[in-house]
Design a protein around this ligand. Structure first.
Ligand SMILES: *Cc1c(COP(=O)(O)O)cnc(C)c1O
Length: 434
């Protein structure tokens, strides 16, 4: 690191020189790993450009209409491009899908009918989905209230328990839900290979059951996506990976045409389906975000690796571990104390370009059971492909770090968070001095 860089970190960001030296030292151990990340980035960048070219993306696609949005060519082009990128028959990509949870909810409620059974085959799903399903919170309008049956099958050694799944499938079982990413748990993300193995084994015995993936945080982590390996329907958020930090809002759903149609009927109305719905001029940012996404994701993954190597060096359990295959952008660090989780997040917030002066507090976030602390100083509010960190206030006090539009910004986040933990006496400075 250049002397000028060290000086700006010391003088403008008030980072202890020992912290700078320590992070720079640890970084050396991961540089070799950046090559594989770059290989994946390269492939996905070409894949996205190819989809845009094949769909003949043109500047007039960025125009938009009003009212019903009939014949919004941009909207149709976006959906065609998403379907191509994710290798599916059809796609639904809308700025009016409020979040990842909304995209997943639409998918579930579009496909499931009263007395159908949903089985979560990767254990308890993401916090907000538990409320959607109705296993937590008892919120009016949940799926169980509509007579949908629900079961969970936990992972065994981080793998889908295929035999148990096959045993559990009954006459009414309609849909199996796989969550690729960590969520707020202590497991690493499922790899594409692992998803493929399970999907193939299940489909060999039962070709009727619909397999759905919650792909939040998983896009462009590997060469392939779950829909390349036999998954029927998949959903995610545009303010995570595929929005590339540029998409203003939205969610996507990709998969089999008949399923996407069912979901579109839930999004708009039976009879309207995909044919209407205004884009409010978001087509260009949605696609520019998708164009940038493979690159942005690679920056974020490098940042996650830096977090892992730094905190592993301090003796903390990190998930995924350094040599694990990464299939989401999340880096979990088991900090073992609520104070450390909060101060880690405050350090990340202090490294943000936007709202750096804000001090995060744990609060009752809508949709979550426990209080959650979040560092989120993004250009797009709540965007977690941007530098962010969060953690629920529960044992064993994991902090989840993700995003960062540039690796340099990730590094500043790592420096600020570690510096903050040391300043608050939550990590002993002697640990970083040798
Ligand atoms: C982020 C996320 C969701 C959806 O969250 P939103 O905040 O509603 O976008 C769902 N599942 C997983 C695994 C996630 O990471």
């Amino acid at each position: 690191m250049n002397e000028l860089t060290i000086n700006i970190l010391r003088k403008q960001f008030n980072i202890n020189e020992a912290v700078i030296a320590y992070v720079n030292e640890r970084e050396k151990y991961i540089l070799e790993k950046f090559k594989e990340i770059d290989n994946i980035k390269e492939y996905n960048q070409f894949k996205v450009i190819d989809a845009m070219q094949k769909c003949r993306l043109t500047s007039t696609d960025f125009n938009w209409t009003t009212g019903y949005g009939y014949g919004d060519v941009g909207r149709e082009k976006v959906e065609e491009i998403y379907a191509k990128v994710f290798n599916t028959e059809d796609a639904l990509v809308r700025p009016t899908i409020a979040s990842g949870t909304h995209a997943l909810t639409l998918t579930l409620s579009g496909i499931l009918r009263p007395s159908d059974e949903l089985i979560a085959i990767t254990g308890a799903p993401y916090d907000t989905l538990q409320k959607v399903i109705g296993v937590k919170g008892d919120i009016p309008g949940n799926l169980m209230e509509y007579g949908i049956k629900y079961k969970e099958i936990p992972l065994v050694n981080n793998s889908i328990d295929v035999d148990k799944v096959l045993d559990s499938i009954g006459e009414n079982t309609k849909l199996l839900l796989i969550q690729r990413s960590t969520g707020y748990s202590d497991r690493r993300a499922l790899t594409i290979k692992e998803i493929e193995t399970a999907v193939k084994a299940i489909k060999e015995v039962n070709n009727e059951v619909i397999i759905m993936v919650d792909n939040c945080y998983g896009e462009f982590l590997e060469h392939l996506e779950p829909t390349d390996v036999g998954v029927d329907i998949m959903a995610g958020s545009l303010i995570k990976n595929p929005g590339g930090g540029i998409a203003l809002a939205g969610g996507y759903i990709v998969g089999k045409r008949d399923l996407v149609q069912l979901i579109a009927n839930r999004l708009t109305a039976p009879g309207l389906g995909k044919d209407c719905g205004l884009t409010f001029g978001t087509t260009r940012t949605t696609l520019q975000g998708l164009f940038l996404a493979p690159h942005i994701v690679s920056e974020a993954v490098k940042g996650a690796l830096l977090v892992a190597i730094v905190y592993k060096g301090l003796g903390f359990n990190v998930v995924p571990d350094i040599d694990d295959i990464r299939s989401d952008i999340i880096q979990g660090v088991e900090l073992n104390s609520p104070k450390r989780v909060v101060e880690f997040c405050r350090g990340i917030q202090a490294a943000s370009a936007v709202d750096s002066f804000v001090v995060p507090e744990a609060w009752e976030m809508p949709g979550y059971e426990d209080k959650v602390v979040m560092a989120a100083g993004g250009f797009i509010e709540g965007s977690s492909i941007e530098l962010s960190a969060d953690g629920p206030m529960r044992e064993p006090y994991f902090v989840y770090y993700q995003g960062g539009l540039t690796y340099e910004h990730c590094k500043l986040g790592v420096l600020k968070s570690l510096n903050n933990l040391i300043e608050k006496n939550l990590i002993d400075i002697s640990k970083i001095k040798n």
